[in-house]
Design a binder for this molecule. Sequence first.
Ligand code: GBH
Length: 450
Amino acid sequence: MLEFPPGFRFGVSTASYQIEGAVGEDGRGPSIWDTFSHTPGRTANGDTGDVACDHYHRWESDLDLISELGAGAYRFSVAWPRIQPTGSGPAVPAGLAFYDRLVDGLLARDIDPVVTLFHWDLPQALQDEGGWTNRDTAMRFGEYAELVGEKLGDRVKLWVTLNEPYIHFALGHVQGVHAPGLTLAPDAYPLVVHHLLLGHGLAVSALRQHSRAPITLANNYSPVWVAGDTEDDRASAAFYDMVQNHLFTDPVLLGAYPPGFEALLGGVDVDSIVMEGDLEVISQPVAALGVNYYNPAQISAPVPGESLPFSRVPIKGYPLTAFGWPVVPDGLRELLVGFKERYGDKLPPIWITESGCSWPDLDDQFRIDYLSGHLTAVRQAMDAGVEVHGYCSWSLMDNFEWAEGYGQRFGLVHVDFETQERTKRRSFEWYRQVCTAAAPRPDLQGEPTG
Ligand code: GBH
């Protein structure tokens, strides 16, 4: 068994819209994912998160599962529309109370609560006003963070402001295959990017008033491999690396947009979007960096007919998950070591906030190999000098996999969506041994309150 240093957290992750269900209960307002999933043709089989894992009603027995797993951390997200049904104004007490019970339930089971504020379920009312193209959404996000921080700030152990802003931007606003389902004109891209980042910064300011816990954002990162050997191939790969890996990281860690950002501006005057002081807000020190890792990206120059400035080339020669994604554990080591090289002393301790695979079988040696390979890669990156504090497997249980509906199963626990019965996969038992072998955890080092 791999040895990790004392204090290293092994955990599991989920997200509100993917597990909770109960979309009309206790004053929750509609989110963009309710709208999107109820629009014909948007999700596989027309699946929606209306019921999902019914976790809103089954949270206690779900926490018992996490406890049985021996996990030291549980990453979940707060549904913004449960706290503010229209994205602004006072908090709904019942909404806050749900997460309050969840946090206390975790602490009672000796599990560190890791709380994400935004895992893509934006209140629909804010989308109606332009969503992340509108600077006001960032302001509203800061206010929402204040409400959650005030309620939970004394007990949360790690905060994640935004989950995968790059994916939310690219799939939701450029390709239109995730909510809000937009294919925006390029001149709106920098608005979405900047307002997401500003929202992160404003949330950091708000949380600091109430919590000493480390704060981070979690991006989906991929080491970028060049396919082809032309200058154009290399330029496309560099562009892709910039948008996926650095666009939502450099402003936070370095206080500046990455070189090449201008290419995304398409002639838009940056001063009309990035206001004075914004980058200072965005780059307030954070005591952690969240990394969601699934696979590398192999990129070439765009092929004819491609509307983007790059082309994704399938990675061959590796096992594929049920989703068809290549399994490349060493890509995680490569990514982490590359981050250390790029950011040096500016790189805060890393948390792997998601890592996992879609695999349906109950007897899932595939997932065991996946987890074991990725934990080995993390250990190797640590040996190479990268500080990593935790690893959260995606996911605790099968759930609503966005546009794929219930067709892809990422859980250590199988869910029968007819009966809501939970059945532990073999990987659950394997990961339980990893979690329970971990050394006791001293309290996480955070920051002083503001
Ligand atoms: C995460 O997104 C989400 O945070 C989480 O909610 C979700 O359930 C989980 O992952 C599983 O999907 O076409 O082979 O190059 C992951 C974002 C974007 C990662 C697409 C893999 C392409 C794989 N994903 N990406 S490939």
